[in-house]
Design a protein around this ligand. Sequence first.
Ligand SMILES: Nc1ncnc2c1ncn2[C@@H]1O[C@H](COP(=O)(O)OP(=O)(O)OP(=O)(O)O)[C@@H](O)[C@H]1O
Ligand SMILES: [Mg+2]
Length: 246
Amino acid sequence: MSGPVLALKGVSVNRGEVPIVHDVSLDVEPGTVTVVLGANGAGKTTLMDGIAGLAKATSGTIQLGGTAMERLPVYKRAQAGLGYVEQARTVFRTLTVEQNLLVSRSGAGDLETVYGLFPELNKRRGLQAGHLSGGEQQMLVLGRALISDPKVVLIDEMSLGLAPVVVRRLMHAVKDLVGLGIAVLLIEQFANLALEVGANAYVLRKGRVVFDGPCDELRGDGERLHEFYFGAVPAGAGAEAEGETR
Ligand SMILES: Nc1ncnc2c1ncn2[C@@H]1O[C@H](COP(=O)(O)OP(=O)(O)OP(=O)(O)O)[C@@H](O)[C@H]1O
Ligand SMILES: [Mg+2]
């Protein structure tokens, strides 16, 4: 297939009756990680919920592999190949690792693909998921999205509460998805780690796209990122900018 695997044109999304995301156009190219950045409350999760069908898109078009999604219910979007790792998604703590994967499997989803990506999980197939480390639980959450063989996976902040070294491991896994033919749309608070694995980036501020371009342009440039997140950088705020965008 040529062209983007996921294409949004002029998408606006409401929370209830409140307009939150405005006129977003965004492409996810096959074989790439596309990064969505922005401050807390910028509308990143609302955008993903709009793509997945959990929040109402009031205008615009959403195409997956060239097929219109915007009028389809959530489960049909999933069946069409849209995977979604929601913010703060957790595992079934009393089920084993393997049972967690099996309950999420639809069709011909392959356990061995997940275990190949995460040898950590392979070693713990029979362990109750509640006994996994935080990083391993996130691997399992990701595995549950992969088991249905999606074309595109939306990933909303896997890193919450995890140590940077663990986040780095997860980012490597995200990059490995591309090798399996899965494109990724990634929200991540650790901006610089995300920009290392991403090809293209979008920055949202107050529900609008304020930057759209290659990750190279933003990588390591905390001041520029801060400006996109919050508006103009006050004089002498460079160090703070680096901290806030991590
Ligand atoms: N259910 C809701 N009802 C009304 N407003 C909401 C609802 N959920 C989120 N909002 C508002 O929508 C805006 C965007 O929220 P959203 O969760 O999409 O931001 P975000 O960029 O994902 O933030 P974070 O980085 O904290 O996850 C915020 O102002 C938030 O208060
Ligand atoms: Mg969010």
